[in-house]
Design a protein around this ligand. Structure first.
Ligand SMILES: Cc1ncc(C[n+]2csc(CCOP(=O)(O)OP(=O)(O)O)c2C)c(N)n1
Ligand SMILES: [Mg+2]
Length: 199
């Protein structure tokens, strides 16, 4: 196992920096803090918030990416959330969606439930797993300059693209989006499909 490097990036700044460039991308935030981070960067009808659903964000992203091959899809999730659905990396490696990026806001803990350490704090290398699963690009991001260099890849590089972004355990004020699932789903479908959403 590689020696542990102390994370320094701020999760809210990371999310805001990434989402500044979102254009018409479809964004699937994982449950808990990545959802609050995404909402804090600006609520958007093309955010498909997953609220309490854990472990499925990357596979929801795959479904969207396959259904909407002309649109870019960003999954922005937590280390704990991805670890719960780790097999999704293998499926993405097999499916090779060219328009999908999976971005992990990795604070190395289950933050939302009381800051228990996750496997990433104990040396598990998510970017290494993604690379071995067949992602076209995969990396671990520790600093601001590195993040800047990666952001265009999230939106343009042929996927699947994977990035594990190491952030501090500093928590940020809650910014909660709409809570009601059907309202979120209908808003998302309408923004994506227009009138066809309700045919
Ligand atoms: C199936 C399931 N198990 C447990 C939970 C409780 N839970 C909610 S958020 C969370 C931790 C998420 O950790 P992570 O994805 O790393 O996000 P962080 O808060 O650290 O940014 C857990 C265990 C849940 N919502 N669903
Ligand atoms: Mg976490």
């Amino acid at each position: 196992m590689a020696k542990h490097r102390k994370p320094t990036l701020d999760r809210r700044q990371v999310a805001a920096e990434i989402l500044k460039h979102r254009g018409d991308a479809l964004v699937v935030p994982g449950l808990g803090a990545p959802t609050w981070d995404t909402a804090a960067a600006g609520d958007h009808a093309l955010n498909f918030y997953t609220w309490g659903g854990m472990g499925g964000a990357a596979m929801i992203g795959l479904g969207l990416a396959l259904a909407q091959p002309k649109r870019r899809v960003l999954v922005i999730t937590g280390d704990g959330e991805l670890l719960m659905g780790l097999g999704s990396l293998a499926t993405l490696g097999v499916q090779q969606p060219r328009n999908l990026a999976v971005i992990v806001i990795d604070n190395e803990h289950y933050g939302e439930t009381g800051m228990q350490q996750t496997h990433t704090r104990l040396g598990v290398d998510l970017a290494g797993i993604a690379k071995a699963a067949g992602f076209r690009a995969s990396g671990t991001i520790y600093g601001g300059a590195q993040l800047k260099a990666w952001i265009p890849r999230f939106y343009r590089q042929p996927g699947p693209v994977f990035a594990d972004i190491k952030v501090t355990t500093q928590s940020a004020p809650l910014v909660l989006p709409i809570r009601e699932g059907p309202a979120l789903k209908n808003r998302f479908r309408e923004a994506l499909l227009g009138a066809k959403a309700f045919e």
